[in-house]
Design a protein. Structure first.
Length: 556
């Protein structure tokens, strides 16, 4: 590809690379992720610098991955020997194409999509963008093949201008960002190796995951100096099943689940309130009971989990808050169930039955401790569930483990067991009480101000990239005690956990997001804005790289 790129302008290079990457399907959970990684590796090896230094491009295979996925690394060393290193990183995978409907065959064809949307009268904004010629359509165009293209183009630039590079650049491309973040978590070991063997001092990591308008007519280009974290709080709800003709004496786990969801889903009071930041509330991602066939018995148990963004709060704080909310929900269910039963007795004249309406609310760690205090051994049972259900969807596997523990309880009392399931993403942000972080922030502010004057773009610096990004895994702010509280509430962490907390803490790499600009990520109308992404952004990242490598930083 180098022969095609070498005579092109920067904008032409980026459009050429982006179109090629978009044309190669790399949907998460498919072999396309591995195919794209191999294509990029071979493309990099056509660059003159890497022809001279072929060992500076390498891959790291994901162990036991049936799809053959891998991380790709490429290293450019500046002309003057230095240990200071900036990481350029992006993710290789895209979401699926089911949303394209009848246009699925053209999901990776920017020209066909542009022609289609130019005649698409059902959405005038999309139609206008298509007619303008300034937007590139296609699955992955904005999330985030154009981001990879920007990094590749800048790698090419610096490899041909080594005298401008006062340090090193490490390109890192990872699969599986759209699901379990397996790629970046595996890459931590490689970054640790480079830190130990090459004595690299990682100054910062620059991600370019997409930025987008936050409201109508918003044209601000947002720079994020950190990444939000994520928890997946789960609720295993065990009720008291009854025949459908006797439902007033039962405790319905679906009713409990609904009451919990009502109190948590999109509850803005549960979103962190950080001035100037977009902080999102928790969202229900899954709610259903465990009945597999039709019958006239009410459900025995239900599964429920939420996406929960974390910015400055810890998992321990979230768990304590959710436990209190769940207790309130269960109190409401208890009161409502009792009241309705009393009304039923009054209407029918039936004598009352001795019914207990209490619903226990307990965390997984507390429940295991409770079982073991009764002399009930738990570890062999949880390990058996893991062994018997290999290959099961990871969230369902966690529920199966908790379900097996519930079955060990001889009392079989109604209860809600709270726990966390993967994926867990740490939050990564700059701290004003840290000298390194202050210098990083001051440098970024200076660069953004200068480029804003040159380009007449409007920039704004924010603390947290508001969505999910691999940069979360490059630093860790929680204490050991807080991490222990987290993993004690993840079912069978020793078997399913993969987050290398110790190495992440030792690396402590700041994550800066200078993203490609576009609209409708994860939608079939996904598109990237070429004037900014293909002209301004590469310059922003180049200037930032040079400045940060030139600073006298206190590195990790």
């Amino acid at each position: 590809m180098y022969n095609e790129l070498k005579e092109q302008t920067l904008a032409e290079q980026l459009e050429t690379i982006t179109r090629k990457l978009v044309s190669l399907p790399s949907i998460n959970g498919t072999e396309g992720e591995a195919n794209l990684a191999e294509f990029i590796k071979q493309t990099l090896l056509t660059f003159p610098y890497f022809k001279q230094h072929p060992l500076n491009v390498w891959e790291q295979k994901i162990p036991e991955d049936q799809l053959g996925r891998k991380n790709i690394f490429a290293l450019v060393r500046g002309k003057t020997a230095s240990r200071k290193t900036i990481i350029f990183h992006s993710h290789l995978d895209t979401v699926g194409i089911e949303d394209f409907g009848s246009m699925k065959k053209d999901a990776f064809n920017p020209d066909a999509l542009q022609e289609f949307f130019a005649n698409y009268e059902y959405d005038q904004e999309v139609q206008q963008d298509a007619l303008s010629g300034e937007w590139l359509f296609g699955r992955g165009a904005v999330d985030m093949q154009s981001g990879i293209a920007v990094h590749i183009s800048n790698i090419l630039y610096f490899s041909e201008h080594l005298d401008e590079l006062p340090g090193n650049i490490l390109l890192m491309l990872n699969p599986d960002e759209e699901s379990q973040h397996v790629g970046v978590q595996m890459a931590i070991s490689e970054l640790k190796r480079l830190k130990v063997q090459e004595k690299f001092e990682f100054v910062a990591a620059i991600n370019n995951d997409f930025i987008t308008p936050l409201f109508e007519q918003d044209t601000t280009r947002y720079i994020y100096t950190g990444a939000a974290g994520k928890l997946l709080p789960c609720f295993y709800i065990y009720g008291r099943e009854v025949h459908v003709g006797d439902t007033l004496t039962g405790i319905d786990p679906n009713y409990i689940a609904s009451e919990i969801t009502r109190r948590i889903h999109n509850n803005l009071d549960l979103a962190e309130n950080i001035e100037g930041e977009l902080c999102l509330p928790p969202t229900c991602l899954y709610q259903r009971d465990t009945k597999e066939i039709y019958n006239v018995q009410t459900a025995t148990s239900s599964y429920l989990y939420f996406n929960y963004f974390i910015y400055e709060r810890t998992a321990k704080e979230i768990m304590n808050s959710l436990k209190e909310i769940t207790s309130q929900a269960c109190s409401e269910v208890k009161h409502s169930s009792y009241t309705r039963y009393q009304k039923f007795l009054k209407q029918t004249g039936y004598p009352p039955k001795p019914i207990l309406w209490d619903i226990e609310v307990i965390t997984l760690a507390e429940f295991i401790e409770e079982l073991e205090s009764k002399g009930i051994e738990t570890l062999s049972h949880t390990k058996r569930v893991i062994q018997e259900n290999q290959g099961m969807e990871l969230r369902m596997l966690c529920f199966k483990v908790v379900e097996a523990l519930q079955q060990l309880d001889p009392d079989k009392k109604p209860r809600v067991i709270l726990f966390f399931a993967p994926p867990y993403l740490p939050h990564n942000f700059l701290r004003t009480d840290n000298a390194r972080d202050r210098i990083l922030l001051q440098s970024i502010e200076q660069i953004v101000e200068e480029l804003g004057r040159e380009t007449e773009e409007t920039f704004a610096i924010k603390k947290f990239f508001p969505y999910l990004a691999d940069g979360s895994f490059l630093s860790l702010h929680e204490t050991d005690e807080e991490i222990l509280s987290l993993i004690r509430n993840i079912p069978e962490w020793q078997s399913i956990g993969m987050t290398p907390f110790k190495d992440i803490r030792e690396l402590n790499i700041a994550s800066i997001n200078m993203g490609v600009y576009g609209k409708d990520g994860h939608k079939w109308t996904e598109r990237v804005f070429k004037p900014y992404t293909f002209q301004v952004l590469p310059q922003l990242i180049r200037k930032t790289t040079i400045q940060l490598l030139s600073n006298q930083l206190v590195t990790n």
